[in-house]
Write a protein that binds this ligand. Structure first.
Ligand code: SF4
Length: 315
């Protein structure tokens, strides 16, 4: 993300007397690869049906061994579409006993094309928290980002998840949604978005969920390409730069999270993973890790970090 005249992210931190360094690591994010059934316009990983990079069973075993050596409070499985990765059940079964909170991100439509009955039963058994992408309660807007028919499929899947007990307080089966803007603008506040989604989903489709998280699109990958093609790149970059909020730095996810890629290497976050910028500046496989980055370790930053510190920040 290099737009003319933008103050480098590292410099703005210095100007505000800040540094972006690690706190104690408590979350492991596991990216199972770039294979996906969708080809969303905002995807920073440029995931899609043609991508061959997926986590092997051998790498999954190495990730499980890593999580056993270094216990995490939360483990977050993401992709691409993890449901399309053949040995996902092996990964879930291996990780579930190792952390109090295991999350699985889903675009919802991949969950419906995967062997969803057995995968859903496995998630219920292990109390896996499901985090579904649901960009907008306006189907035409959401389909514009995710592809024709994506909303209809997602709605059908959400109904199925509700029927299985997900999204109901009394079951303890947590169903959260994630929304990101469908265009070159920042999201509205998380609180008001959650209120609107709760109302719309219940009224239009009878669907319940626990929490909604909003995040700003990082201007990298396919989103960047789309911005450039539409002539909106500089305007979007200026929007996130102008919205820089120094007080958001302390709560950034990269301070407490480590991200492992489909081939088992460590990154400070999924955006750095997308850009091939290794944690601590060197390629390190989970099998070779002897210690987690201690508090105070610098984090690899770039101007794309402005998307995480805009407004109230996105963690
Ligand atoms: S992109 Fe966001 S999460 Fe990643 S290092 Fe920058 S601020 Fe942290």
């Amino acid at each position: 993300m290099e737009a003319a005249g933008v103050e480098p992210f590292a410099d703005i931190l210095v100007r505000h007397g800040l540094s972006l360094v690690r706190d104690r690591v408590h979350t492991l994010q596991v990216n199972t690869g770039y294979l996906c059934n969708l080809r969303c316009r905002h995807c920073h990983l440029e995931a899609g049906p043609g991508r061959a990079e997926i986590m092997s069973r051998e790498t999954m075993a190495a990730v499980v061994a890593f999580a056993r050596r270094f216990p995490f409070q939360a483990i977050d499985i993401t992709g691409g579409a993890p449901e399309l990765v053949p040995h996902l059940p092996f990964l879930i079964e291996g990780l579930a006993p190792l952390a109090p909170r295991l999350m699985l991100r889903t675009n919802l439509s991949a969950l419906s094309v995967a062997a969803s009955e057995s995968l859903l039963a496995l998630c219920v058994d292990h109390r896996v928290v499901l985090v579904g992408s649901f960009p907008s309660t306006n189907p035409s807007q959401a389909d514009a980002q995710r592809g024709a028919g994506a909303t209809e499929t997602a709605i059908a899947m959400l109904r199925k998840l509700n029927a299985a007990g997900y999204g109901a307080e009394e079951t303890g089966l947590e169903l959260n949604l994630v929304s990101n803007p469908v265009g070159a603008f920042l999201p509205v506040s998380q609180e008001s978005a959650e209120r609107k989604f709760r109302h719309d989903l219940l009224r239009k489709w009878g669907i319940a969920f626990n929490h909604l998280y909003t995040f700003a699109n990082a201007p990298i990958g396919r989103f960047r390409t789309g911005l450039l093609r539409a002539g909106n790149y500089e305007r979007y970059v200026n929007t996130v730069v102008e919205a820089f909020n120094p007080s958001a730095v302390e709560g950034l996810m990269c301070r407490t999270l480590l991200s492992v890629s489909w081939d088992g290497c460590l990154y400070d976050c999924d955006f750095n993973l997308a850009l091939g910028r290794f944690s601590r500046g060197r390629k390190l496989h989970v099998s070779d890790v002897v210690e987690l980055p201690p508090p105070g370790t610098p984090i690899a930053v770039g101007d794309y970090c402005y998307a995480c510190t805009a407004g109230s920040g996105f963690t």
